[in-house]
Design a protein around this ligand. Sequence first.
Ligand code: UDP
Ligand code: MG
Length: 348
Amino acid sequence: MDRDIVCSIVVPMYNEEEVIEETYKRLKKVMDETGETYELVFVNDGSRDRSAEIIADLARTDENIRLVDFSRNFGHQIAVTAGLDYSAGQAIVIIDADLQDPPEVIPRMLEKWREGYEVVYGKRIKRHGETVFKKVTAFFYYRILAMLTNDKIPKDTGDFRLIDRKVCDAMTSFNERNRFLRGMISWVGFRQTAVEYVRDERFAGETKYPLKKMLRFAADGIFSFTYKPLKLATYLGFILSISGFIYLLYVLYQALFTDNTVSGWASTIGVNIIFNGITLIILGIIGEYVGRIYEEVKGRPLYIVRQAIGFDKEGQKSAKEVDKPKANNHRGILAEETEEIKEDAGDE
Ligand code: UDP
Ligand code: MG
């Protein structure tokens, strides 16, 4: 694999036509100033707008641009995964396309990397332009996640981070389908540090993470990283049996020493509802895990690439090389062989 590129920037994008050119300009400016060799790996996650065309056009004039174009929307985490698969740099920075993560932080990350850190994550000290709801749920979510996973996943960090080639190689050997990248990055270890930054407002457009996707993502974070929720069944079982036993003693006492034995319809119904509720919750939790096992067992590729642009140049890792299956590794599929920049790039 080619090691000439110092820094790869992975940019997942989904319907970002309003911002993507500005994002490109800001990234280019920052990276040119560092004086390092770099590549900008844009991953088009099945956008239905002109995002891919815009990047494909820019790629004609800027040889630092790469485009990995998905056949459909596979989701943010998978898009980043593909970006990592296709990156050639010694350091890789993952950044959102909407300029909420300021590119100007990247040089500080590179500095830390030069000091010897292998993971430099961006820690949001402030979040501008996000709803109170999002901030509050995010706050609690990260704390619950920390509780369940023994505090290994850093709090209040997004996916904006720099990782070393070693970390990237370790991560690309993971095959799991339900990807929660920040969890996986903590899991692989290495020397980790943070740089603080203020999270900006979206430059334009609106969030591509509506509540439903956000919940899906939050569930992935928990259910893919810990099976502690399953233990809930055991704990509840214990607590309920003990309380049941105590209640039984009380019932016996009433039956033997008092006259009021038949009343209590309300409490029967009450207890019934509660127990049924608990049973359903536990079944749901087990379902989450069974569903994930099902996804893994199917062993489908993680993503399908319609075309890859900008890779086959001299000294560059070729797009095809990426798709050679690693040992027991069914990852992305490239739908067709892609030569350098194609004339009709992006508008098929
Ligand atoms: N994104 C993506 N695929 C999706 C949803 C989002 O590639 O299915 C990208 C999106 O273009 C952006 C990043 O993931 O670059 C973060 O999304 P967004 O800004 O909408 O999330 P938020 O900042 O609101 O959490
Ligand atoms: Mg955003």
